[in-house]
Design a protein around this ligand. Structure first.
Ligand code: DNO
Length: 394
């Protein structure tokens, strides 16, 4: 039993074509209808149209990433009840078209976050980077978030001030754009003013409250997923800690324990993202995987490298802080367990996540950072080989 190899494709405007994906050896597509505004229903017609396009290329639409959870559902304000109803209709429409695995996240306002998209590695390829001191500069002196200074030490603040005073305008622009405009696949992008207004909507929402809102949302949608045979899989916070004063509640083993204690059905599942969870040194990845293995419905496989200052960047898929050998061994064992139980979902869909920008992709006029073709092709090839080798050995 092998993992199902999938590839995130951003739709007809993606510079990586479906035929490229086939040549990379993936069989499944991970896709979302990015043109539909957040909160609106995904109609059967729109879903079917995309599905036909994918199937015409000889691929299958295996996973939705993401069916976005509207901010008003996270804050439980205004017409959030209607938005949850819309979400359920989209779930039903996806099933009517034969798509059963749905990835989503519950990160307030921001999705995944990096400060630099072209960190030059030793070999000349580019990686995505999260620089903790640049984040502090942004928070304190660019965004000028009210109360931000409470989150940092006096020394961090004075260092950030010095760094800000010497920062060229283009770096200020780069950091702001990366923080606010949304990275590939992010659900929203904001101007500085819009972002400040959004921050206000989270006043009074701490981690406990957000957790409660997540559980209330799940209590509504998981019964629908159960009835329809959908596997919902929540993506962890990336990075897995509080940012800009915003709570994040899907970052650790304890977070998962709470979520699954409250809403136990297996259709309440996980997108196990090794790169996101691996940023925290106190996250024991194999332990988290094994604790919830039967509800891992989707895998994002990549590695990150962190340093003592709280910075991290994307490593090669088989190096960095993630022990990919150990993780794939756990995955193989779980898949075999599912085979023995006759589970239909014994082969777990995986995708290589966040490749480096390298080779010809360095010269291409348009790439999606983290989602260029060749870096992910390399990642997929390495992961596939590792899985093949372990499968033969154990
Ligand atoms: C980043 C992605 C995330 C992910 C969402 C899932 O590369 O892993 O944007 O798609 O958080 O909802």
């Amino acid at each position: 039993m092998k993992m199902t190899q999938t590839w995130r494709w951003y739709g007809p405007n993606d510079p990586v074509s479906l035929s490229d994906v086939r040549q990379a050896g993936a069989t499944g597509i991970v896709n979302a209808l990015h043109h539909i505004p957040n909160g609106a229903i995904w109609s059967i017609a729109e879903i079917q149209k995309r599905k036909d396009e994918i199937e015409k290329a000889g691929l299958t639409w295996d996973v939705v990433e993401s069916l976005p959870v509207h901010e008003k559902i996270k804050t439980r304000t205004a017409d959030f009840e209607q938005l949850i109803e819309n979400y359920k209709v989209s779930m039903k429409n996806l099933v009517d078209c034969g798509v059963y695995v749905i990835c989503y996240n519950f990160m307030p306002i921001l999705d995944w976050t990096r400060t630099r998209l072209d960190m030059v590695l030793e070999d000349g390829s580019f990686a995505l980077e999260f620089n903790a001191s640049e984040l502090r500069v942004f928070d304190l002196f660019i965004l000028k978030r009210v109360g931000a200074e409470k989150d940092y030490t006096a020394e961090q603040i004075s260092l950030a001030k010095k760094q800000f005073d010497n920062l060229p305008p283009e770096d200020i622009q780069r950091i702001s754009d990366n923080m606010l405009k949304g990275l590939p696949g992010s659900e929203e992008g904001y101007s500085m003013e819009e972002f400040k207004a959004m921050l206000d909507t989270y006043r009074g929402i701490d981690a406990d409250k957000l957790r409660l809102h997540l559980v209330k949302f799940l209590s509504e949608i998981i019964p629908v997923a159960e009835a329809l045979g959908i596997r919902m899989c929540i993506h962890p916070d990336d990075p897995p800690f509080t940012l800009l004063g915003l709570p994040r509640v899907v970052s650790t083993m304890q977070d998962y324990e709470y979520i699954f204690d409250q809403v136990p059905p297996l259709s309440n599942g996980i997108t196990f993202c090794t790169g996101s969870l691996g940023v925290r040194a106190d996250n024991d990845l194999p332990a988290i995987f094994n604790a919830f293995a039967d509800r891992v419905h989707f895998l994002h496989l990549r590695s990150t490298k962190r340093d003592a200052e709280g910075n991290f960047h994307e490593a090669d898929h088989l190096t960095g802080d993630v022990d990919m050998h150990e993780i794939i061994t756990c995955i193989i064992k779980e898949q075999r367990r599912r085979v023995a139980e006759n589970r239909e979902d014994a082969s777990i869909p995986m995708r290589p996540d966040h490749g480096h920008q390298m080779l010809d992709d360095l010269a291409k006029p348009k790439i999606n950072p983290g989602y260029s073709a060749i870096g992910r092709l390399r990642g997929l090839a390495e992961l596939r080989g590792l899985e093949w080798g372990i499968n033969r050995l154990i």
